[in-house]
Write a protein that binds this ligand. Structure first.
Ligand code: ADP
Length: 359
């Protein structure tokens, strides 16, 4: 049996027993060689002193361990209230420490992997941000330099270059505005203004506002106009942003003469809104990372040069701050469907423009 596997109380007991044997031998030597001692003293003196030694050692060691542990716990649990390190026996005390150390190790491992993940995310984020900004910044630089170096006098290109530089600055502004928005969403993700509103009206509004974008590709926006009114309980402005981003993507990544469909399904108190297109679709390997900031399917990088790569990250943030979910299914070459849920309003009658029920 290895000493390190023994419980501390057993070790003290063994120590006390060794003391008992040594003191018995010492008393016997004294009895035989120095002075005759009463038989009861010979038996009981080592026994009683052994018990006293056991109790004394046990208590002193317990106090010592408790004090030392208190100091160790104090330096480890820096930001927690330190519970007194108590245990009825030394064995229970050591057991508790063993469990605490295991738990502490697990927590630290979790913290370390989270920090590593964050570090990786930060690195990727900065790389992506630099990549996204590089193209428009270099474009502006190129046009401006060409104009300075004489292009400004050339009536054939000066306006064209200025317009292109303006487009590139618009792109930079788009990226910065999206970044600002995502930052705000992260800082006060709970700051959503929930109210009842008619989701079918909002969908019609979004379709109207994006109609002009459909023209170049002749894409049809379809929404069954015969849906009976459905009130949802959400932040109207933020959901309008969600729908705009999804429908806009469906147009940008859609095919010529294609369509974008929106459908609604109601189950219990949840309304599911689906935005479907018959565009280029997305390979399955890309689906899990689609909602990450700046994530783009490689092939689509050139397809939407004006996009910031933050649209879906913003969408996910907004839906999650409503405590709802967003999903995507897609087949390359067939099309994609983005679906998200919203809570139905508790009142289903008409509401004022501020979301207050009218009856
Ligand atoms: P952006 O469109 O600005 O690149 P998003 O965050 O809106 O950024 O979208 C991320 C990526 O998801 C896009 O680059 C594109 O690859 C892919 N994607 C989004 N919506 C669709 C869609 N409806 N069809 C195909 N791919 C899509």
């Amino acid at each position: 049996m290895k000493v390190k596997n023994l419980r501390p109380s057993l070790l003290i007991l063994i120590g006390s027993f060794i003391y008992l044997v040594i003191s018995a031998i010492a008393i016997l030597i004294f009895h035989f060689y120095v002075m005759t001692i009463n038989i009861l003293v010979i038996i009981f003196a080592p026994l009683i002193s052994g018990i006293i030694v056991f109790i004394l050692f046990y208590s002193l060691l317990k106090i010592f361990i408790q004090k030392r542990l208190h100091l160790i716990y104090k330096s480890i649990q820096t930001n927690q209230d330190l519970k007194p390190i108590k245990g009825k026996t030394i064995d229970l005390l050591i057991n508790r420490v063993e469990n605490d150390v295991q738990e502490w190790k697990l927590n630290k491992n979790k913290e370390i992997s989270k920090l590593k993940e964050q570090e990786e995310f930060r690195r990727e984020f900065l790389g992506n941000l630099a990549h996204e900004l590089k193209t428009p910044v270099f474009a502006v630089q190129g046009y401006v330099l060409t104009l300075i170096e004489g292009g400004i006098e050339d009536q054939k290109v000066n306006h064209q270059f200025l317009n292109r530089a303006a487009l590139a600055t618009d792109r930079i502004v788009n990226i910065l505005e999206d970044l600002d928005q995502i930052n705000k969403l992260e800082v006060d993700s709970l700051n959503i203004e929930l109210r009842s509103f008619e989701i079918t009206d909002l969908i019609k509004e979004i379709f109207d506002s994006l109609e002009i974008q459909t023209k170049t590709k002749n894409i049809t926006l379809r929404f069954k106009r015969d849906y009976s009114p459905i009130q949802v309980f959400a932040d109207r402005i933020k959901i309008s942003q969600v729908l705009t981003n999804l429908v806009y993507n469906a147009i940008v990544y859609g095919n010529e003469n294609g369509y974008v469909d929106i459908s609604l399904t109601q189950i219990d108190d949840i309304v599911t809104i689906e935005v479907t297109d018959n565009g280029i679709g997305i390979e399955e390997v890309n689906l899990p990372r689609l909602f990450e900031r700046f994530y783009r399917v490689e092939k689509s990088r050139n397809r939407n040069e004006g996009g910031s790569g933050l649209g879906l990250a913003i969408v996910k943030h907004i839906i999650e701050s409503h405590k709802q979910t967003i999903k995507v299914r897609s087949t390359p070459g067939v099309g994609s469907t983005f679906s998200f849920s919203l809570k139905k309003s508790p009142h289903n009658g008409p509401v004022s423009s501020r979301g207050i029920p009218l009856k």
